[in-house]
Design a protein. Structure first.
Ligand SMILES: Cc1ncc(COP(=O)(O)O)c(C=O)c1O
Length: 561
């Protein structure tokens, strides 16, 4: 049900009433100053209602709240040069709304989502851009409403797609990042963050296993774009003339049938063409068949195509499979093609000495995609493309815009990283990662990754031991656990009929689950396989009891289907 605005505002008032008395006092004082001396910020109107009640030393916080609620952005910094206390009070309320949200999100009794059909939701929440300015009270109400109807992705029972919980240190980093509002293109505007990026990139390259003088990287808006960077760098490496002269139609690239769709999308965007992105078959647990890869490369060469890029995946999106990296590296060496590892999802395994051997061969890659916003739990978004060949990122993307990248600056301009990117402005994704990583250290991550792997084993074993559940892969390599729930009504059917009927079961259970709002997990079909649940165990806040809950909840919803 929609909550009436007046009810929602009670929470905002509660929030302000927790303000430190000194803050409230100064809020009020500033309002008075504005009323008494409206020319302090000439040309900027003082909002109506400001200072309508005189402050005394024992001002009632509610009274102050009522007053501040009527203020506008013109009463805040920077529009009002004396608006610091108003600004502080406003931000304090926003932060209190966020505190409440975070606290509620971590309670099992809180719903994961409050689902409404789009047409209903449009009526429940006002999204219009108004002609007249809205006041701060209305803005605070908007903040609350937006959170109310958003999915609580940090909830320990949110399992839809990859969910990594809400790492509070990383979130604090994101708050600081937003406040600093730094553009990462040059050292002159981002001195500390540039050095920080450099430091973290070196640490990650070390984990990948490249040498001390090898490797470079760029943080990208997501793994899909990181993959595109890799294809582009590989193409520039093999065919440098294309940057200026455009492309021939002979280039082709390879990934597995289970590879992420962003490789195909990079082929489309970079003019290679989706028909020239070949998908190599996989084995029964979703790993690329290396012999089939080599056969396809040779076939392409015979047909006059120019194979130049192979993407192996370390942690496929659906089954979490890890392609045979060593064998694929051997093939790339023999066939003289670029070897890319899409470890967007699986890269986090490098943080655990116990799990790292699964990625053996990644150190032979020419490029690697690694998303700290997946297994490492950095807040969205945080993703990087690593290129082994130093200088190649710059060569590939450099446009040398002279309003940004003057060569005669007073510092070493190798720290101006912006021209390595396809983007111009670039978001600061490093601080939240750096802060979070320092909060855990290598030890903390090792534990976190190992614990999650144990949880995935626990969940798989529980499914196998529970009537009505069938796992798709008996021993998953990673944190993806895919399974069917088979309701009693179809358990006796032969496989053909059972699988035909199963197609509709997961969507029906998912719909009901979303209505209940108790938990959330994704489903999908795959080739011949009817719709199955795809569970990813990546939220360190999830407990075994939460996994048990999911098993019971699905069975409870599905038992009568
Ligand atoms: C293996 C793999 N590569 C790339 C991506 C794309 O990453 P992003 O969503 O950050 O663009 C995903 C996303 O799930 C993935 O699983």
């Amino acid at each position: 049900m929609n909550k009436p605005i007046s009810t929602i505002f009670v929470a905002s008032r509660r929030a302000l009433s927790t303000l430190h008395p000194s803050a409230l006092a100064t809020v009020s004082k500033t309002s008075d100053a504005l009323r008494d001396n409206p020319v302090v910020n000439p040309g900027i109107p003082v909002a109506s209602g400001v200072g309508s009640a005189r402050r005394t030393d024992n001002t009632d916080p509610k009274e102050v709240l009522n007053r501040i609620a009527k203020l506008h952005d013109t009463d805040l910094l920077p529009n009002n040069v004396n608006g610091w206390e108003n600004s502080r009070a406003f931000l304090q309320q926003v932060v209190d709304i966020l505190y409440d949200y975070i606290k509620e999100e971590h309670k099992r009794s809180t719903k994961v989502l409050d689902f409404h059909q789009p047409e209903d939701l449009k009526k429940m929440i006002d999204l219009k851009i108004p002609e007249k300015p809205m006041n701060l009270q209305e803005l605070l109400e908007s903040c609350e409403q937006v959170l109310k109807y958003s999915v609580r992705t940090g909830h320990p029972r949110f399992f839809n797609q990859i969910s990594c919980g809400l790492d509070l240190v990383s979130m604090a980093g994101e708050w600081l990042t937003a406040t600093a509002n730094t553009n990462m293109f040059t050292y002159e505007v981002a001195p500390v963050f540039t050095l920080m990026e450099h430091e973290v990139i070196r640490r990650m390259i070390d984990l990948i296993g490249w040498g001390p003088n090898e490797g470079d990287a760029i943080f990208t808006p997501g793994g899909a774009i990181a993959n595109m960077y890799a294809v582009n760098a590989a193409r520039h490496y093999h065919f440098p003339g294309i940057k200026a002269q455009g492309m021939s139609d002979k280039l082709c690239i390879f990934t597995s049938e289970a590879g992420h769709y962003s490789i195909k999308s990079a082929a489309a965007v970079l003019g290679i063409g989706t028909d020239r992105c070949f998908h190599i078959p996989t084995d029964d647990i979703g790993r690329m068949d290396p012999e089939a890869l080599e056969r396809k490369i040779e076939e392409c060469k015979r047909e006059g195509l120019q194979p130049f890029f192979v993407c192996a995946t370390a942690g496929t999106t659906v089954f979490g499979a890890i392609d045979p990296l060593q064998k694929i590296a051997d093939i790339c060496k023999r066939q003289k093609t670029w070897f890319h590892v899409d470890a967007a999802w699986g890269g986090g395994l490098l943080l655990s000495p116990e799990q790292k051997p699964k990625l053996a061969g990644i150190e032979r890659a020419n490029s690697v995609t690694w998303n700290p916003h997946k297994l490492m739990g950095a807040l969205l978004q945080c993703s990087a493309c690593f290129i082994r060949h130093d200088g190649l990122l710059m060569d590939t993307h450099q446009m040398a815009a002279d309003y940004l990248f003057q060569k005669d600056k007073q510092y070493d301009v190798k720290y101006d990283t912006g021209d390595k990117a396809m983007q111009c402005g670039r978001h600061n994704d490093i601080f939240k990662l750096w802060l979070m990583w320092r909060s855990k250290g290598m030890e903390g991550y090792r534990r976190q990754v190992n614990d999650l792997m144990d949880m995935a084993t626990y969940f798989t074993d529980r499914l196998k031991a529970t009537e009505g559940y069938e796992v798709i892969i008996d021993k998953p390599e990673y944190l993806n656990v895919s399974f069917w729930y088979v309701p009693p009504s179809i358990r006796h059917l032969d496989d053909k009929e059972k699988y035909a009927r199963l197609e509709t079961i997961a969507p029906k259970i998912k719909a009901k689950m979303m209505e209940r709002g108790t938990t959330m997990v994704g489903y999908q079909p795959d080739g011949e396989k009817p719709n199955f649940f795809r569970m990813i165990i990546s939220n360190p806040g999830t407990t075994k009891a939460d996994l048990d809950f999911l098993i019971d909840e699905i069975a409870d919803i599905g038992k009568d289907l």
